[in-house]
Design a protein around this ligand. Structure first.
Ligand SMILES: Cc1cc2nc3c(=O)[nH]c(=O)nc-3n(C[C@H](O)[C@H](O)[C@H](O)COP(=O)(O)OP(=O)(O)OC[C@H]3O[C@@H](n4cnc5c(N)ncnc54)[C@H](O)[C@@H]3O)c2cc1C
Length: 397
C-alpha cells in the first residue's frame, strides 16, 4: 500500500486503527494476486468476471463501512478511501464498481432499509454473493436529479409498480438488487415526489452495456422497468434527500479512484523519465520534465489531503457535503491533469496501448462527470459558502 508502508511522511496511518491497517494489507495482497495480473485482459475484454466480486466480498471489500452485525467490516472512510485507491491503481473499472456498490447501493439500503429489508440483503450484499446497483440517472435526470420520469404507483398497500428507463447505471445489468429512484407522486408544493425503491434483478429488463471512453471493463448499463415490483425504501418522498446523502459518501470513493489513477500515472512517469534518454540525457534531466513531475506530486499530495479531510469528517458523523465535493472536484481534475502529463512525458509510447498510461488518462476522465460533474460540485461548494455568508450577515444584523 504505497505510502502507508513506504512513506513515513504519510498522514493516513494517523487515522487508521490497527484492524484497518491489517485489512488494507489484505487488500494489497488481494489486488497484487487477483487483480493486477488480469487488469489488461479485462480492459481488452471490456468486462470484469463476476467471480472477482465474489472474491472481493470474501476479502471484505463489498461491505467496507457496513456494521459487523450485518456481516460488514465496519471500517472508517479513510480506510475505505485507501482500499478504493489501491484497487484503482491497478484496475479503475473494478474500483468504480466496488465504490458504487459500497457507497451508493449498499449505503442507501443501510441508511434507509427496514429491519426486514436489511435482513433480506445482508450479509449477501457484503460477502460477495450479491452485487448492488444504484439507479438515479435517466435521459431527463442527470445533473438535475429532480427530473426523474420513472414512475412508481402503489397498486395495493405496499405493492409498488415501477415503469421507466434508467441509463448509465454502474453494474445495472449485473446487480442482484437495485436501489431505484422514481417519482411516486406530487408534493404539497406541486413538485415531483421522489422515493427510493428496492428492486430485484428479476424485475428489470436489461438493455445494452453502454460503450464508454474509459472504465471499459465496468458495466455501465441501461435497463427498462415495465410493471416492475419494488419495495419502498425509506420514507415516501425521501428518495432525493437520501440519494444526495449517499453521494456525500460516494464522492469520497470517486475521489479515491482519482487518487489511485493519478498515483499509477505519476509512478509510470517517474519510471519513464529516469530510464528514457534523448539528446544523450535522461528525460528527468530536462527541467520541463522535472517541473511537470513537481506539479504532479504537488497536486496529488493536495488531493490526498482533501480526501483525507472529507473522510475524517465522515468518520465523525458531521455534515461533510461541501468537503466531499471539494475533495472530488480537486482530486478528479488533478488526476486528469496528472494522467495527461504522464502521457506527455511518455511521448508516442504514452499514446500507444502497449502500456496502461492511455488507459489511466481515459479512466480518469469519468471522475469529472460521474456522481455529479465538476460544475455540480462547484454549485454545491458555492451554495454552502454563500449560505454561511448569509447566515453570518443575518447574525450581525
Ligand atoms: C461511466 C458512468 C457511470 C455512471 N454510473 C451511474 C450510476 O451508477 N448511477 C446513476 O444513477 N448514474 C450514473 N452515472 C450517471 C452520472 O452520474 C451522470 O452522467 C452525471 O451526473 C451527469 O449527468 P448527465 O450525463 O445527464 O449530464 P447533464 O446533466 O446533461 O450535464 C451536461 C453538462 O452540463 C453541465 N451542467 C448541467 N447542469 C448545469 C448547471 N446547472 N450549471 C452548470 N453546468 C451544468 C454538466 O456539468 C455537464 O458538463 C454514470 C455515468 C457514467 C458515464
Amino acid at each position: 500500500m504505497i505510502d502507508l508502508a513506504q512513506d513515513p511522511r504519510s498522514l493516513w496511518p494517523d487515522h487508521l486503527s490497527s484492524a484497518e491497517m491489517k485489512f488494507l494489507l489484505e487488500v494489497e495482497r488481494f489486488v497484487a494476486r487477483q487483480v493486477a495480473p488480469h487488469a489488461e485482459a479485462w480492459e481488452r475484454k471490456e468486462e470484469l468476471p463476476r467471480s472477482i466480486f465474489t472474491q472481493a466480498g470474501r476479502v471484505g471489500l463489498m461491505g467496507m463501512v457496513v456494521p459487523r452485525r450485518l456481516g460488514g467490516q465496519e471500517l472508517g472512510y479513510a480506510a475505505y478511501a485507501l482500499a478504493i485507491r489501491e484497487l484503482a491503481r491497478h484496475q479503475a473499472a473494478l474500483a468504480i464498481d466496488v465504490a458504487a456498490h459500497n457507497a451508493l447501493a449498499t449505503g442507501h439500503i443501510l441508511g434507509n432499509g427496514s429491519p426486514a429489508q436489511l435482513q433480506k440483503v445482508f450479509p449477501r450484499l457484503v460477502n460477495g454473493d450479491w452485487v448492488g446497483a444504484w439507479a438515479l440517472t435517466e435521459p431527463e435526470a442527470g445533473s438535475d436529479s429532480g427530473g426523474v420520469q420513472t414512475t412508481a404507483v402503489e397498486r395495493r398497500p405496499g405493492r409498488w409498480e415501477l415503469n421507466g428507463f434508467k441509463r448509465y447505471i454502474t453494474l445495472g445489468r449485473k446487480a442482484d438488487v437495485l436501489v431505484v429512484m422514481a417519482a411516486s407522486g406530487v408534493t404539497d408544493k406541486g413538485r415531483k415526489e421522489i422515493s427510493a425503491f428496492l428492486v430485484e434483478r428479476s424485475q428489470i429488463k436489461p438493455l445494452r452495456k453502454v460503450p464508454t471512453c474509459g472504465l471499459r471493463a465496468s458495466e455501465t448499463s441501461e435497463f427498462r422497468l415495465v410493471k416492475a415490483r419494488g419495495e419502498l425504501l425509506g420514507v415516501r418522498g425521501g428518495g432525493q434527500h437520501a440519494a444526495l446523502a449517499c453521494l456525500d459518501k460516494g464522492r469520497i470513493g470517486v475521489a479515491a479512484v482519482s487518487l489511485g489513477l493519478a498515483r499509477a500515472a505519476l509512478d509510470a512517469a517517474l519510471q519513464h523519465a529516469v530510464t528514457r534518454k534523448q539528446f544523450g540525457r535522461r528525460l528527468a534531466d530536462f527541467q520541463a520534465i522535472q517541473f511537470m513531475l513537481a506539479d504532479c506530486e504537488t497536486e496529488l499530495r493536495a488531493a490526498e489531503l482533501l480526501v483525507l479531510q472529507a473522510a475524517i469528517l465522515a468518520n465523525r458523523g458531521v455534515p461533510h457535503a461541501k468537503e466531499s465535493s471539494v475533495a472530488k472536484l480537486f482530486a478528479s481534475e488533478a488526476a486528469s491533469r496528472i494522467c495527461n502529463r504522464s502521457l506527455q512525458i511518455h511521448g508516442g509510447y504514452g499514446y500507444t496501448r502497449d502500456i496502461p498510461v492511455e488507459r489511466y488518462w481515459r479512466d480518469a476522465r469519468l471522475s469529472e462527470i460521474g456522481e455529479g460533474s465538476s460544475e455540480v460540485q462547484r454549485i454545491v461548494i458555492s451554495r454552502a459558502l454563500l449560505k454561511s455568508a448569509d447566515e453570518s450577515l443575518a447574525g450581525v444584523r
